[in-house]
Design a protein. Structure first.
Length: 564
């Protein structure tokens, strides 16, 4: 059996293991290390994951879904054909696919994994990630914060002592963590972030520019047209990373719309998003009690950090060029594999003590004045950025004469008012009736490295104790998990050896839907020839056939107007 590290991302997901030569990325059935975090349903009911699903997002939008990580920890359901799936169930399909890729590459069963999560994920989101692992048949040994994994990938544990800032801007989330390395200890000093800010939001800015300049109303676009617009906007975003101007074309309403966008225009319209990056940075530096000039280096993680406006922001704020020598798309997965190696006590890794922090304040609702409901507030027990594992206590009293029950409402967040925080649950204790304020309970919070919170309540006068590990109330119960596991286990992923063929055909079908006339005839010929070769049992060189089809499709993708 093997223990692997997994980066379960909004845009792409990866799996890696710690081998004889250090952390190694595992390629999927296409030979790529990046597996798009997209799930689709084929006509025969099998589930498509990755590249074939992403291609079908344009041609079969009602049977395909992506970017579902943003909704982890919520009860939102996504339609997929005639059924609806929660984000953790969709994520489990991605994890199953990665697991099969690793087993095919390593030749052993993969049952255990370390999965990365955004450092600023709350309790709901972390528990949903654990559930996704269980639904995929994985024992999740640990959840590792993405910036911490990035630090391991960059070998900061091997570097001299110092203070490091990890700036992680992925497809759907933004994290910043400050780490302090000293005497063999890698300590996370502070973390902050925004789980609803990422590269997808910058792509949306380009979509809005294109829509406005093309004089098209977004609500009027059909699902397929919207998917084509998003694909074109994503391509334009990366072109603007390298060039000062780009042309954007997308099929819409039966015609091809074209517009031109400059990097300057993009950066002006994305200025509000760049400003939103400042608040978590300022909060993390403040919580770490550091000045920007005290940082020894800044590490960029996540594909969205390739944008010049992001790198310029970092250089201006910290007065130094960031470290970028590792591909920002693969950094977290490599770091998760290093953590797997540490867990397995790999001989190639020197011992280092890794500490992490609690990203959000944890507390209980408290009422100062029983006659004034406006006096309800959240009384912190564990404050944000406390080093974990940690255990802290608070004491609370009855507020009314004759009170027999005390409700301990547990919240996560930074707001004074309970309703503006995340409610984790309630633990109710019986107490002896008596005068107001006589009876007291001691509430102990214990928070571990995986983000699991144990709440223990003791009635001081009687010694009676109750405890509970809080789960996401919007998540799946143990019985629901068992039921969903049985259902999902019977849903077949598309056979791995056929995935490259399916991806190529999905690519071809997408191009067919986008074009007309001679181009369509050309694509149909390519598809028919490829299907005949697949059906020919004596055809041995399927790799050659795939390469031939890919070359034809790539030619059409790059030069769409050359065929008449």
């Amino acid at each position: 059996m093997a223990l692997c590290g997994i980066d379960l991302g909004t845009t792409n997901s990866l799996i890696a293991h710690f081998g004889d030569n250090g952390p190694e990325l595992v390629p999927n059935a296409h030979g790529d290390v990046l597996t798009p975090s997209a799930v689709g349903l084929d006509e025969d009911g099998t589930v498509l994951v990755g590249k074939p699903a992403l291609e079908r997002l344009l041609t079969h939008p009602e049977r395909t879904v992506a970017s579902f990580k943003r909704f982890m920890g919520t009860s939102r359901e996504h339609p997929l054909g005639s059924k609806r799936y929660r984000p953790e169930e969709l994520s489990s399909f991605v994890l199953r696919s990665l697991k099969e890729d690793a087993e095919a590459r390593l030749g052993v069963r993969v049952s255990d994994a370390i999965i990365s999560v955004p450092a600023y994920f709350n309790d709901h989101q972390r528990k949903a990630t654990l559930d996704a692992g269980r639904l995929a048949g994985l024992n999740v040994e640990r959840l590792i914060n993405e910036p911490t994994a990035a630090a391991l990938a960059y070998g900061l544990n091997e570097r001299k002592d110092g203070k490091f800032l990890i700036f992680d801007l992925g497809g759907g989330t933004f994290d910043v963590s400050i780490l302090d390395k000293y005497d063999g200890v890698m300590e996370v000093r502070a973390t902050a972030g925004d789980t609803l800010l990422g590269g997808d939001d910058f792509t949306r800015v380009i979509e809005e520019i294109a829509i406005r300049q093309s004089k098209v109303a977004l609500p009027d676009l059909a699902p397929g047209d919207r998917a084509r617009l998003r694909r074109a906007a994503e391509a334009a975003k990366w072109t603007l990373t390298r060039n000062g101007v780009t042309a954007l074309e997308f099929a819409c309403c039966g015609k091809t719309l074209a517009t031109e966008i400059s990097r300057e225009q993009f950066e002006v319209e994305a200025a509000d998003l760049v400003r939103k990056l400042r608040a978590p940075l300022d909060r993390a530096i403040s919580d770490a009690v550091l000045a920007p000039e005290q940082l020894d280096c800044v590490v960029l993680v996540g594909g969205a950090t390739r944008m010049p406006m992001v790198r310029s922001l970092v250089a201006r704020l910290f007065g130094k060029l960031p470290m970028i020598h590792i591909d920002p798309d693969t950094t977290v997965a490599l770091g998760a594999a290093v953590q797997a190696g540490l867990k397995a006590r790999a001989a190639a890794l020197s011992d280092i003590v890794m500490t992490d922090v609690c990203p959000h304040t944890l507390g209980v609702a408290s009422l100062d004045d029983p006659d004034n409901l406006d006096s309800v507030h959240v009384a912190p027990i564990i404050e944000r950025n406390a080093i974990v594992p940690i255990s802290r206590t608070g004491t609370f009293r009855t507020i009314r004469a004759g009170q027999k029950l005390l409700n301990i409402d547990v919240y996560q967040g930074e707001n004074l008012r309970p309703e503006n925080n995340v409610k984790l649950g309630t633990l109710t204790m019986s107490v002896p009736a008596g005068p107001a304020f006589r009876e007291a309970v001691e509430v102990r919070f214990t928070y571990d490295i995986n983000g699991a919170l144990e709440v223990e309540v003791t009635v001081v006068s009687t010694g009676k104790t109750d405890k509970r590990i809080f789960r996401n109330e919007a998540g799946l119960s143990e019985s629901e998990l068992a039921e969903r596991f049985a259902v999902l286990a019977n849903i077949k992923l598309h056979p791995r050896d056929q995935v490259p063929n399916k991806a190529l055909l999905a690519w071809a079908e997408r191009l067919y839907a986008e074009h007309r006339g001679a181009e369509r005839d050309y694509i149909r010929v390519l598809i028919n020839e490829f299907m005949l070769k697949i059906a020919n049992q004596r055809m041995r060189d399927l790799d050659g056939a795939r390469a031939e089809l890919a070359a034809g499709l790539d030619h059409l993708e790059r030069s769409p107007l050359t065929l008449q």
